[in-house]
Design a protein around this ligand. Structure first.
Ligand code: ZN
Ligand code: ZN
Length: 318
């Protein structure tokens, strides 16, 4: 199973600012020595040694995930603004000829998880087949609502691809393609949200955004540990710093420290920090990541847990 991130930002799309690009250039130029820029190889090496925020960006698109099984069957997760670019990529394949088939799973329908849907071109191509799954009731009506004429010029019916919608009760196993089994768990989030656990050949991927865990919740965390238990990869909502998570009770999101506590308790192998706050620039996200690593070092001396930051284009093999 593979996962690729097309949108990692929470709440609202947040494109990189021109002043941020200027700042990155100024930083890089101030750090480079003549030796660093004498050849394409030395430039590559120099950039590779810099902080991520100096030479790249985490990305501004909202939640959009691509999952592939071992036969390359496509499963999409949510349709934030990043899904538009995945759609353009898919148009170069069988989806451009109306011969594509994919499954599509939805966690919930807050704007940052559906705003890319109207701009997803493969839906306009007749004979493409999309099968939708969600433990959120009424997903078809919720998506249609976004296409009401007061909000968007093209009606939902303008999508000529074949679409079928399936409600999957919480906890009930369902198949995605021939190889992946999935089931959901309800998460604490305003308006509700569902996490999904995907399994193929004994490997597991859990997507858990948007979810709120806080210290008050830690007493009854055991009921969730069984669900997260032993995940090879856990993608988790880490929108807030620890301090913010104490101030923003009931806002529906978590912090990296709580995510780390949960991942360690559940024996997770890799934690992916996800749903980055739209007000955080790349430098702040670098700092949030470093702080998360420091926190983990205190409680994970044996280094059992790996923590990575989600960024647009990140691909993981599970
Ligand atoms: Zn969200
Ligand atoms: Zn949400």
């Amino acid at each position: 199973m593979k996962i690729k991130f097309w949108g990692v930002r929470g709440s609202i799309a947040s494109p990189i600012k021109p002043r941020s690009i200027r700042g990155k250039i100024e930083t890089i130029l101030s750090l480079a020595t003549p030796m660093d820029i004498q050849s394409p190889d030395s430039i590559k090496k120099f950039l590779g040694n810099l902080s991520f925020s100096h030479h790249s960006t985490y990305g501004g698109n909202t939640t959009s995930i691509e999952i592939r099984d071992k036969e390359d069957h496509l499963i999409m997760l949510d349709s934030g603004t990043g899904i538009r670019e995945l759609g353009m990529e898919m148009m170069k394949s069988e989806f451009g000829k109306g011969q594509g088939k994919a499954d599509w799973v939805f966690t919930h329908t807050h704007w940052d998880h559906i705003q890319g849907f109207p701009f997803f071109v493969p839906l306009f191509v007749p004979n493409n087949e999309f099968t939708f799954y969600s433990s959120m009731e009424g997903i078809e009506e919720r998506l249609k609502y976004q296409h009401s004429f007061s909000h968007f010029p093209v009606p939902f019916e303008g999508y000529l691809a074949q679409k079928s919608f399936h409600y999957v009760p919480e906890g009930e196993k369902f198949a995605l393609g021939k190889h992946i089994q999935a089931h959901s768990k309800s998460m604490r989030h305003p308006g509700g949200s569902f996490s999904y656990r995907f399994e193929e050949d004994g490997k597991s991927l859990i997507f858990a955004s948007d979810v709120e865990f806080n210290l008050d919740e830690m007493d009854n965390i055991e009921e969730y540990i069984g669900y997260f238990e032993g995940a090879d990869v856990l993608v988790f909502d880490t929108q807030y710093t620890f301090e913010e998570s104490l101030q923003k009770i009931d806002w529906g999101h978590s912090s990296a420290s709580i995510a780390t506590d949960i991942a360690l308790k559940a024996g997770v192998k890799k934690l992916v920090m996800f749903h980055h706050d739209p007000s955080y620039d790349d430098e702040k996200l670098d700092a949030v990541y470093l702080r998360a690593l420091k926190y983990k070092e205190m409680f994970d001396p044996m280094g059992r847990l790996d923590i990575v930051m989600a960024y647009e284009g990140l691909e993981l093999e599970i």
